[in-house]
Design a protein around this ligand. Structure first.
Ligand code: ADP
Ligand code: MG
Length: 232
């Protein structure tokens, strides 16, 4: 038994664009053990979101294998994939996607309610998670009453409240200034430390990418992995 949270072998993805076949991923190999973190960098259109969507069971590859927690996710039915996401994965996007008519704790509790927890139980866990992201004093605020950085913290709490093995984040600090972006990365590192959650984070910012330990450079459909620590 290994404890790989991600295993990709010769992963390829192409789109049919009219007459043309666009090859986005051309044989991506990638392994991540439970608790490891990875930043994905690459120019716009290099396939970062495509890769993240395949890892997250939201899209499927044209060729090759993607295993999450040992499971070949493409082989699951749509219904099984939805269950798999709810049990093992968390998602964070550039835009927070919080429900505006619900307050912070209600937003964080939502995945637990979907999972079948009682409202009372979900509320207790959601409050504890909000505390972990430093927002217990904002639990009754609606997103409109929160700052950009606070909204992303709520989105992080929502992604982590089910205790997923893997969190996939697509430019999670794309709407934040540098100071707030650094705080979000420090929070991600702290949560990784205490919960052993693996994170795969797409970012444009090499300095932020460098904080996560491993960097995957996506270029021409191929990936090159480097251990971080060399970016000044
Ligand atoms: P990134 O996130 O790195 O900016 P994407 O993964 O979004 O890049 O897109 C990679 C390439 O795949 C782009 O050239 C994009 O136009 C193309 N692409 C993405 N989704 C589709 C789709 N549904 N149909 C056709 N082409 C797509
Ligand atoms: Mg993208």
């Amino acid at each position: 038994m290994n404890d790989f949270v991600i295993e990709c072998e010769k992963l390829s993805k192409s789109y049919q664009d009219g007459e043309n076949q666009v090859e986005v991923l051309k044989g991506v190999n990638l392994k991540l053990t439970q608790g490891e973190m990875l930043a994905i960098v690459g120019s716009s259109g290099s396939g970062k979101s495509t890769l993240l969507h395949i890892l997250g069971t939201l899209d499927s590859q044209t060729d090759g294998v993607a295993k999450i927690k040992g499971q070949r996710v493409a082989e699951l039915s749509r219904k099984e994939q939805a269950k798999f996401r709810n049990q093992h994965l968390g998602f964070i996007y550039q835009f927070h996607h919080l429900l505006m008519e619900f307050n912070a704790v209600e937003n964080v509790a939502m995945p637990l309610l979907i999972k079948g927890q009682s409202a009372k139980e979900a509320n207790i866990h959601a409050l504890a998670m909000l505390d972990k992201v430093g927002l217990s004093h904002r639990s009754l605020h609606k997103p409109s009453a929160l700052s950009g950085g606070e909204r992303q913290r709520v989105a992080i709490a929502r992604a982590l409240v089910t205790n997923p093995a893997l969190v996939l984040a697509d430019e999670p600090t794309g709407n934040l200034d540098k100071q707030n972006a650094i705080k979000i990365y420090d929070l991600i590192k702290e949560l990784n430390n205490t919960l052993n959650t693996s994170f795969v984070v797409v970012t444009h910012d090499l300095e932020l990418a460098d904080k996560l330990g491993k960097i995957a450079y996506l270029d021409e459909g191929k990936i090159a992995i480097k251990e971080s620590g060399y970016v000044a």
